[in-house]
Design a protein around this ligand. Sequence first.
Ligand code: GTP
Length: 609
Amino acid sequence: MFSNKIRNFVIIAHIDHGKSTLADRFLEYTHTIDKRKMKSQYLDQLELERERGITIKMAPVTMKFLARDGEEYSLNLIDTPGHSDFSYEVSRALEAVEGAVLLVDATQGVQAQTLANFFSAKKAGIKIIGVLNKIDLINSFGEKAADSAKGELAEVLGCGREEIMCVSGKTGEGVPGLLEKIVQVIPPPEKSDSAPFKGKALIFDSFYDNHKGVVASVRIFGGEFRADGEIKMARAGTRTKIKETGKFFPEMKPLDILRDGDIGYVATGIKDPEKIKIGDTAFFVDSGGVQSEDCVKFALHGYEEPKPVIFVSFFPEEASEYDFLRKALQKLKLNDSSISTEPDNNEVLGRGFKVGCLGRLHFEITAERLRREFQIGVINTFPSVKYLVKSKRGEMIEVVKPDDLPADYLEISEPMIDIVLIFPNRFLSGVLSLRKKFRFSEVHTETIGDRIKLSSKMPLVELVSDFDDCLKSVSEGYASFSYNVCGYEKTDIARVDFLVSGKAITGLIRFLPKDSLEREARKTVEKLTALLPKQQYTQPIQAVAYGRVIARADITATRKELGNFGKNGGDRTRKMKLWKKQKKGKERLKERADTSIPPEIFKELLKKE
Ligand code: GTP
């Protein structure tokens, strides 16, 4: 039975503009969550999401809404993350819905990710409702700012200002009106045909449940899925008996049937995540054979695989924890399909994994989750990007780790991004002062209201350094940015090794631009001198490139009193003996000198200042 009382939609916005808080009010107003059980940012289930106040993973929820027309509607909302690193999550959610609430913070106006999200929603061809949020702050913040934010949003959407809805996710003001608007303007799902199958669905997300195995979040595009049948995946080819079907309220609630247009889940019982691919089409089959050709022929177009762009190698602090790390990464991948992993090996650190992430924040979150959710002590290398190296024989090789750079090569290319920055006019010179440091090229500016939109190209690797912090400091936190990886450009870089007490620190090998090689190497050496703990002996720090030392400095030894030898310095022979003993001890210590450095030092080293 087909229902036109379904509305599927996402909330999209720039980071911190209030998506999760607005979702909270929706949950409350529709009585999906009991007021007593309500906690803020309810849909952010990960501990890390709640602590950092950011959404990392999309979260679907079904709400029942009694509209003014007296009809009950089934509202399927997908809350999405705001940061650029997670735009893949947003793009997937957009394929599963017919509408979007584009939220703009009244005190901030249109930001870089507002635009990026708007263009993605437009590309997906869905209905977009412009909403100004945080209107409870207008009194303290000023009518004028809110008014220009409204004007900017109307300009982006190409609609009249009167069409922009005004709400407060905090107080709930305007929220019932917005729910009515969603029902009125977002179209119900179109009836789809699933023939020759009984049901057809897009897998837009998946996660792992200890009892139910891999659970696929699905949008039904034709027919129905029953809990007592089987599913067959179009591309992965997997066929399995369904363990459970249901919807998110937002907790999983089993239901016997999912119908055309619904958003819900299919629990597969499958333990191997490789057998379920996000973006794949699931067909419902209740019995009998299935033609493989049909699976391919009738599959939905799905998604492009995400391409990791930042790579970091993780090694367990204790070699014996290798298997533990392997399993932890496997589990993490079950809930975050955009992570890529491959085994890595290192002379000093032993066996580990090279992990690919979608950006710097994604890498930080991944490292943090490993530490937190699995209590694994890991040593990681410098985050790197994938360089393309042309060898003398004309072959193209991909190089992520500086150790893999061939001794002789013709040229190196590095990944570039198209970056968009939005900030108030007065910060233009400050933002432009970053141009050289972060290698901006092809800079274009245009105005949006009384702010500037600056588009430029920048090497991706610059994002790994402290670009965010520098941008914040030159714009007093008013600038926002979004980016897309856009191809490769020739570059000139060299491998630099850093030695502590004559020993190369594996994680510290890095690529540095040739034109600032010595300056950058010197800076790193100075930072290491300041950051590494003192030992009982002097530790020379050296930077080595092309087989020669290009920078060096010493970490002086901690001074340890030789003991109390009386007023006159005590017995000289005894003193000498003790000194010799201590010297021997220091030599031993030096031999064992730690070949790894604490992770927090990496962060400091990545800063450009
Ligand atoms: P990401 O998921 O990280 O992109 O953030 P988000 O867009 O989900 O924003 P979130 O709901 O986490 O809100 C960000 C901050 O704004 C929080 O401190 C909220 O309490 C606050 N906030 C959200 N909505 C309102 C509002 O209507 N009024 C006021 N005063 N504060 C709000």
